[in-house]
Design a protein around this ligand. Sequence first.
Ligand code: F6P
Length: 355
Amino acid sequence: MRVGILTSGGDCQALNVTMRGLAKTLYRNVNDIEIIGFLQGYKGLMYEDYKIMKPKDFSGIINIGGTILGTSRCPFKKMRVIEDDFDKVAAMKNTYAKLKLDCLVVLGGNGSIKSANMLSQEGLNVIALPKTIDNDTWGTDYTFGYQSAIDIATTYLDQIHTTAASHNRVFVIEVMGHKVGHICLSAGIASGADVILLPEIPYDIKEVAKAIKTREKNGKKFSIIACAEGALSKEEATLSKKEYKAKVKARNGQSVVYEIAAELEKYIDSEIRVSCIGHAQRGGQPCPYDRMISTQFGVAGARLVMGGDYGKLVILKNNGVTAIPLVESAGKLKYVDAVGAKVKDAKLLGISFGD
Ligand code: F6P
């Protein structure tokens, strides 16, 4: 049996541990198994850039972040676009056939799952494993990397907390999450943030200022605002997709936290500072929870391979690892529920969402 494997999109801490779970299970339970690792994500499959893996490649990597195969972003919307006479989909199918693969295992987030689904519909045997620190893959309660990212973001917010308190400052801190705010919501709650700004709950800067002033009146002269990369104001929420994109582009890559801090300055007297956690949230070692659940995800992926049960995405549902058809998840995002229990509880506790 020949199994291809690739890691695609933004990396996370738990890619290696997931591959280890998959590979160890396959080497142990399938006679005559060969695993082919494609380098730098779908690019490796397109350009026949691969490595024939050995069991030792998957050894000693349970606690190592990043990916032993490398990764890259190959946007789904460009997959079918012919560039420089190069047909990416045909090239991937060609490599798959040439190497006589029995199946392809893709470790990836939403865009990568869409591409995996496309390849499945093109007739390849594909299985996907749900990776992303953002935890926004539709159909699964958990994506590997999420808890490690929460841990890092929480530690960072904790550290800002002490310096903010010493100086009586207001901090606006960027947490990863362009389209969804799961990391920001979780790390915000876990670190005791005073305000949490998410893409799913448009804010009014006056409400944010009000929350800070109320704290001041109650003797708390500092405040922590945990702000997702994609946080947006109520006015921005009324813009068309095109107008909003143009507005984000005009920031020239600068974080939204600078804009929020500048707006806030008009309404409060306290000193304001901004801070961005950035890619550290995707780096370093996987936390123990990620190691445990990713191992299970890897084993579940191997089970699907061994059973010839293709066209599936491994998921976590109600604390059990299972699988759903790729097509069910592809193209959908799992957003923070703005009126869900987690947000409601945070509000009851006194956290402001600026709405
Ligand atoms: O895919 C997860 C993610 O970390 C997002 O939260 C973040 O907005 C983005 O990737 C950053 O991507 P890049 O690595 O391309 O800068």
